[in-house]
Ligand binder design. Structure first.
Ligand SMILES: [Zn+2]
Length: 466
């Protein structure tokens, strides 16, 4: 009887521990979210607009007009926030090609806040500071769709034309700067990288170059939170939406980017309940792209934040001005970024849920998910590894959803174990994943058990000529 009571108490203890870690609020993250200022963002927006243009081919010598003055100001601002920020220009001498109509030097402005215990893990928060006003050649045919908008553009005239680019994308840049100001007053386990990209308007150039470099250097980027067009809450058609932000993530449904989108939704609900992160299960707006795209294409988890009510008539013209902006809306989107980035930067890393077999002379490397049917053949037996478990690890949670559900439906906190069996759960009909949680409630991204897509192979026939 005594033993039974003890067992019951232990079980109760486990249930309580579960309640304590799952959905727990970290006061530090709450404080960071509360410090994001709409007034500071408004100041940044006005200043960025005041450069006249931030066009990629605009003046680089003037002290107050053009992209040169703008990038120097962003650099100086980053420097002023905290001595802990390592600020640099990430510069490239880009050759003439495609929409890049002449050789040009492009500079991303980067501020790195080094992590304390997991500095190799990186969280990127970004926006693009370049702007564009499309001036059309005399007699050029009227633009049809989005893709043809740059056809017929007068490059020389567009280069120095006034291009305030307040929503696109001084808004994202202002949010990134405000987050750098607030977050650089704190310490995080992982490294946070604040980036203002150049060259977005001429083909995602600055982001593509940085993503390519990150892949080559085998950088461990856990997340890219890209903010592009988060400046207005009234659309060109008069529709309003000031408590909603769209979060785009690329397929497939358990891609790293999709896991990040779910994470953003969950942390927004926890820390910014007045704002809804609205996941859109699509790479970007229809037929369009952004600076998160090259990161996702290089295998990193990357999402894009955009207002659900774009002012398409004002974009890429002299009409994308501060009078249409809502700094308080941009601040809300910045808070959603802060909640996700701070949580992730304080959290343990996700466990590994697959074994990678070495490639041999005849077979390529294989990724084998460590999910089986157990001894009974009718259970779900989950295994995971965590080579460097966090010092403040509370344990792991298993998450489950039906294959047709968008979001995780069930969460089971299983403690500090590396194996768990869900009796009677058919692994064919559900999606399963595992995440790590620390004592403060900060959670890793979910590592989902996924199988590799079927590889098409040719079946050789007798007498077939090679
Ligand atoms: Zn943009």
């Amino acid at each position: 009887m005594k033993n039974f009571t003890l067992a019951a108490l232990l079980l109760w203890g486990a249930v309580c521990a579960n309640a304590q870690v799952s959905g727990k609020v970290d006061p530090m993250v709450q404080k960071i979210v509360s410090e994001v200022s709409a007034e500071k963002i408004a100041g940044n927006l006005k200043k960025l607009e005041a450069f006249g243009t931030r066009g990629d081919f605009s003046d680089t010598t003037s002290k107050d007009r053009g992209i040169g003055a703008a990038r120097q100001w962003i650099y100086d601002e980053f420097r002023s926030y905290s001595p802990k920020l390592e600020v640099a220009f990430d510069s490239y001498q880009v050759k003439k090609q495609g929409r890049i109509w002449r050789d040009v030097e492009l500079m991303n402005v980067v501020a790195v806040l080094p992590g304390t215990t997991q500095p190799e893990k990186r969280i990127v928060i970004s926006g693009h500071y370049d702007s564009l006003n499309i001036i059309r050649r005399a007699g050029a045919p009227a633009p049809g769709g989005e893709e043809s908008a740059v056809v017929g553009m007068d490059n020389e005239k567009s280069a120095d034309a006034i291009a305030p680019g307040v929503s696109d994308d001084a808004s994202g840049t202002s949010a990134v700067m405000e987050l750098a100001r607030v977050m650089s007053q704190y310490k995080f386990e992982k490294t946070i990288v604040f980036v203002a990209f150049a060259g977005e308007e001429i083909g995602l150039v600055g982001a593509s170059l940085m993503a390519e470099k990150a892949k080559l250097e085998k950088q461990q980027i856990e997340a890219v939170l890209n903010n592009d067009i988060i400046g207005n809450d009234v659309g060109g058609d008069g529709q309003t939406a000031n408590r909603l932000v769209n979060v785009y993530s690329d397929d497939p449904n358990d891609s790293p980017s999709r896991a990040l989108a779910r994470y953003v939704k969950e942390t927004a609900e926890r820390y910014v309940p007045g704002m809804k992160a609205n996941p859109i299960f699509r790479a970007d707006r229809f037929g369009r792209g952004g600076d998160h795209t090259p990161f996702a294409a290089n295998g990193f988890a990357a999402v894009r934040f955009t207002t659900p009510v774009e002012n398409l008539g004002a974009q890429h013209s002299e009409r994308d001005t501060f009078d249409k902006a809502s700094p308080s809306y941009t601040a809300m989107v910045a808070k959603v970024n802060a909640a996700a980035a701070a949580s992730l930067a304080l959290a343990p890393s996700a466990p590994a849920v697959a074994r990678v077999s070495q490639a041999t002379a005849t077979t390529p490397a294989r990724v084998q998910p460590t999910l089986a049917r157990g001894k009974t053949m009718y259970d779900a037996q989950l295994r995971w590894t965590d080579p460097k478990p966090a010092a403040d690890l509370a344990g792991y949670s298993i998450v489950m959803r039906s294959t047709t559900s968008a979001f995780w439906e069930t969460e089971i906190f299983v403690g500090k174990v590396n194996e768990y069996t869900l009796p009677g759960v058919n692994i064919d009909t559900v999606v399963l994943g595992v995440k790590a949680i620390d004592n403060d409630g900060n959670q890793s991204l979910v590592a989902a058990y996924v199988t590799a897509p079927y590889a098409v192979r040719h079946i050789e026939l007798q007498g077939e000529k090679k």
